[in-house]
Design a protein around this ligand. Structure first.
Ligand code: HEM
Length: 334
């Protein structure tokens, strides 16, 4: 790089004040700059749930898949480009994550009111909270002020996101790398109180658990028959089933189901059946919905605090980086 070129990129870099590196998150971040932000997000979320009830679950899941991969920075929402393989087609996300268009709608509504102010990363956090509350779960104050990433990484998502085959012990270890406790992990798994999973995610436990050629013995027999009918061996793997017995209501039914051997995913059932450290909380939450709600809120807040410290911006369109920002992000690596 010539010195003139270096001078040019550094000047462009420092002139662009929309790119920052660290962020102090706090409640009411948009009080002055976009006072109606939280109201707008909730309204659009509610409209979307009226069209498609499942969208509550699908949007809430986005927080997990965003925050675990290089922090809560909306990297998840970036479409692939010729120079970047993003996270949408990673192992856990492909053919599985949905409702990206709900975030687009929220963003559009916010851009109409206060252009260039509210980050896509914060939209995910607000909409996830609203999805839970509007499904009958707890309400809480979210911390805001996140920036949107300038890049995304399919490989990073593949490295971090757990498979439905994961077991409680592996999940305890994974969550601890994000300073999330066993209680946080079990409570956050309680998000599976709403939503669906595909036969693709459980076929191994129905017919070939751990390569045994047999079903997972921890599945309650009547429930297994039901799952066998839903997901016959050799059948359509895209068929969906309920993650708990009340898939549109955010409640502690999920934990009651686990105690009764009626967990849908292997990762869920092992929280009760495998590891006594997680079982303790499954049992507690199955008996006390209030304790579950309190722990869930704490877990969501902690998960929402995960940040990468990388440079960010307020994207105008959640699917792409603002024009010109990539070159400036590039400067950082010199
Ligand atoms: C503990 C580790 C976790 C694992 C292994 C896991 C895995 C999965 C799998 C395999 C599915 C079904 C995907 C499919 O079949 O297409 C799913 C769905 C879902 N997950 Fe998780 N998950 C975990 C934690 C979480 C967390 C922390 C949240 C949110 C806080 C979450 C929210 C959801 C929701 C709401 C759905 C249903 C989505 C829909 O209906 O569109 N999950 N998860």
């Amino acid at each position: 790089m010539t010195s003139t070129h270096l001078f040019f990129v550094l000047v462009t870099f420092f002139l662009n004040i929309s790119i920052t590196f660290s962020t102090q998150l706090r409640p009411g971040f948009y009080e002055q700059t976009c006072p109606k932000a939280e109201e707008i997000v909730k309204d659009v979320m509610l409209e979307s749930m009226m069209r498609d009830r499942r969208s509550a679950a699908s949007v809430m899941r986005l927080q997990f898949h965003d925050c675990f991969v290089n922090g809560c920075d909306a990297s998840l929402l970036l479409d692939d480009t010729p120079n970047m393989l993003g996270e949408k087609l990673s192992l856990s996300n492909i053919d599985s994550l949905r409702s990206y268009e709900v975030v687009d709608e929220i963003k559009e509504a916010l851009e109409n009111f206060c252009p260039g102010v509210v980050s896509c990363a914060d939209i995910i956090i607000m909409a996830s909270r609203d999805a839970v509350t509007l499904s009958g779960g707890p309400n809480w104050e979210v911390k805001l002020g996140r920036k949107d990433s300038l890049t995304a990484s399919q490989a990073d998502s593949d490295k971090v996101m757990p498979s439905p085959r994961a077991n409680a012990t592996a999940l305890i270890d994974l969550f601890s790398t994000f300073y999330l406790s066993i209680k946080d992990m079990v409570a956050l798994s309680g998000s599976h109180s709403i939503g669906n999973g595909r036969c693709f995610s459980i076929i191994f436990r129905l017919y070939n658990q751990s390569g045994t050629g047999l079903p997972d013995p921890t599945i309650e027999p009547e429930f297994r028959e039901k799952l066998d009918r839903l997901c016959p061996d050799g059948g359509d793997l895209e068929v969906i089933g309920n993650l708990d017995a009340t898939p549109f209501k955010f409640d502690n039914q999920y934990f009651k189901d686990l105690v009764n051997g009626r967990g849908f995913l292997n990762s869920d059932q092992t929280l009760y059946s495998l590891d006594p450290r997680s079982r303790e909380f499954v049992v507690q939450f199955s008996k006390d919905q209030g304790a579950f709600f309190a722990a869930f809120v704490e877990g969501m807040l902690k998960m929402g605090d995960i940040q990468s410290g990388r440079p960010g911006e307020i994207r105008r369109n959640c699917r792409e980086v603002n024009a010109g920002s990539i070159e400036q992000g590039f400067v950082k690596s010199f």
